[in-house]
Design a protein around this ligand. Structure first.
Ligand code: SAM
Length: 296
């Protein structure tokens, strides 16, 4: 098996165990880059399997690090992996994987926040799958970037992403819950979202302070009701920015007299942000843009 500590000289892909790779290439984890590695290939293979059948598919991975998840993606059948990594120290480790799977691993060294995904994908046909054990410092920003992709449906057909558990819970939270907020609305308007795996800190090397969870997001073809995602971001920022206030007060940030907007959207002004469904927010954004922003 690939279980670390069993004395295996090679893993089942014929490459050295990740612990040895980390030693050979001196990949001491950097906190500033959110480096918490998963060394157990059985575990990274479980994450890869959560992304569904990978045969013939192109996978986009952010932060391959020493390559535990990258290797798992190939072991589970991915045709091609396009990886964006900020830490150039990982080059040697990733080159070994590229040599093991010729022409199938493309690595870009740079900041994933600045990546132009469609151009990294090139002219290949079919939508990609995003699979990543994300660096926690930029995880939410990366997610909201992918969720605001244009045109829609986006260039990816699925995202299977590791977050801090607390962030994962916010992504999937339902109205009325404490965790329900901006990211719940932005994610669930455009995608279905569910937690598929929970991991304790000890699953990582070094262990982070908090637990983690993998979220599976599948984009809706036609998010409903339709609205402008930038306007939805504005409306949710205003509403959840002052989440304990009633909407007739919190939405003053958008509109000097929000009562007319709320009435046009059919929403009672004495409700609070957490009382609105995802559809309510999308309707509010649609009405705000059509009747208020364009008129202004
Ligand atoms: N995929 C590996 C694994 O599962 O063991 C490593 C995951 S580690 C949580 C996050 C990785 O993201 C690190 O390798 C780190 O260097 C990389 N990283 C951090 N910030 C990044 C950024 N802005 N763009 C691309 N990669 C980044």
């Amino acid at each position: 098996t690939d279980t670390p500590g069993n004395g295996a000289q090679t893993a089942s892909d014929g490459l050295p165990p990740l612990r040895d790779i980390i030693k050979t290439f001196e990949l001491r984890a950097k906190k500033s880059l959110g480096q918490n590695f998963i060394l157990d290939l059985n575990l990274t293979r479980r994450i890869a399997r959560a992304a569904g059948p990978l045969e013939g598919r192109t996978v986009v991975e952010v932060g391959p690090g020493p390559g535990g998840l990258t290797r798992a993606l190939f072991m589970e059948g991915a045709e091609r992996v396009i990886a964006v990594e900020r830490d150039e120290r990982t080059r040697g480790a990733l080159d070994m994987i590229a040599a093991r799977y010729p022409e199938r691993l493309k690595i870009h060294f740079g900041d994933a926040l600045e990546a132009d995904w469609p151009s990294l994908l090139g002219t290949q046909t079919g939508r990609a799958i995003i699979v990543a054990n994300l660096p926690y410092g930029v995880a939410t920003l990366l997610l909201t970037g992918w969720l605001s992709a244009e045109p829609w449906p986006p260039w990816y057909s699925r995202m299977v992403l590791m977050f801090q558990k607390e962030v994962a819970e916010r992504i999937v939270a339902q109205p009325g819950c404490k965790a329900y907020g901006r990211v719940s609305v932005l994610a669930q308007w455009r995608a279905s979202a569910r937690i598929v795996l929970n991991l304790p800190p000890e699953a990582f090397t070094p262990p982070p302070k908090v637990a983690s969870a993998v979220v599976d997001l599948i984009p809706h073809t036609d998010p409903s009701p339709p609205c402008n995602p930038k306007v939805l971001a504005q409306v949710t920022a205003a509403a959840f920015g002052q989440r304990r206030k009633m909407l007739r007060a919190s939405l003053k940030q958008l509109q000097a007299e929000p009562e007319a907007l709320l009435e046009a959207a059919g929403i009672a002004g004495n409700l609070r942000a957490e009382d609105l469904s995802v559809k309510d927010f999308a309707r509010l954004a649609m009405v705000y843009e059509r009747a208020f922003l364009r008129r202004a």
